[in-house]
Write a protein that binds this ligand. Structure first.
Ligand code: HPA
Length: 268
């Protein structure tokens, strides 16, 4: 695994001249931020050694090196989901590579279903913490001390400093944000009403099918994390309606410019 990570990092280093310290993982259909990146070098996943290949509709699947504002970034347009059939090592491999490239801060976005009764469709939720309900843990198996400690601390999985800064940015621009706990589950089904209720009961505010594995591995690697969720549907009693990938994409699309603005200022 260490050799593979290094091989992939070396390949990428041979393609780029910048050394970004900020990595960004963009959720399904949330590629709007990429339009703001200048001096781009785009590297399709299928050309990167050891990289899994993304399959889901709405992903174009590439790494983008460039500048967001005046900051060097590495963005992943499209991520690898567990429900696609990848194991957790594959899902989180890009985060390992980011670390090997020198990334210190990881920003993550996703679409999720709101289970907090006050949430509204189209809300942006700053992720303050998560609950891991994936049944395969990304760190299961042999631990490589070069990558991180056997039993990683998760007491501040999402950087309090970045959360506070994002809150200020949102207030400055009059962007409504909510805050909450994201529960990560495998999918690919959306939830039954009973499952939404269960997630609310265990302390979640939103539910989605990503983010948690990447944030666990980023914490293991000592990276600072920030996550933001677009609430695309509601798993709240009385407000549950049929949900589809298309609905999720449509709502995600309409709100993502605000999310882009927050992320852009966050890394400045
Ligand atoms: N559940 C799980 N994942 C999601 C949802 C949802 O309601 N909405 C967007 N992603």
């Amino acid at each position: 695994m260490l050799l593979k990570i290094q091989e992939t990092a070396d390949f990428l280093l041979s393609k780029i001249s910048s050394r970004p310290k900020t990595g960004i993982i963009l959720g399904t259909g949330l590629g709007n931020l990429v339009t703001q990146i200048t001096d781009k070098t785009e590297i399709p996943y299928e050309t990167i050694p050891n990289f899994p290949v993304s399959t889901v509709e709405g992903h174009s699947g590439k790494l983008i090196f460039g500048k967001l504002g005046n900051v060097d970034v590495l963005a992943m347009q499209g991520r690898f989901h567990y429900y696609e059939g990848y194991d957790m090592k594959a899902v989180t491999f890009p985060v390992r590579v980011m670390k090997a490239l020198g990334i210190e801060t990881l920003l993550v976005s996703n679409a999720s279903g709101g289970v907090h009764p006050d949430f509204e469709i189209g809300d942006l939720m700053i992720i303050t913490d998560h609950i891991n309900l994936f049944h395969e843990h990304p760190l299961r198996g042999k631990n490589f001390p070069e990558l991180g400690t056997r039993f990683p601390d998760m007491s501040e999985a999402y950087s309090k400093e970045l959360i506070a800064k994002a809150r200020q940015i949102a207030a400055k621009h009059n962007i409504k944000v909510v805050e909450g706990i994201y529960v990560g589950t495998t999918g690919p089904t959306f939830e039954t009403p009973a499952e939404y209720r269960y997630f609310r009961t265990i302390g979640a505010d939103a539910v989605g099918m990503s983010t948690v594995p990447e944030v666990i591995v980023a914490n293991h690697a000592g990276m600072r994390c920030f996550g933001i969720s677009i609430i695309t549907d509601l798993g709240v009693p009385g407000k549950i309606v049929e949900v589809s990938h298309e609905v999720v994409q449509e709502i995600g699309n309409s709100v993502q410019p605000l999310m882009t603005l927050i992320m852009k200022e966050l890394i400045m």
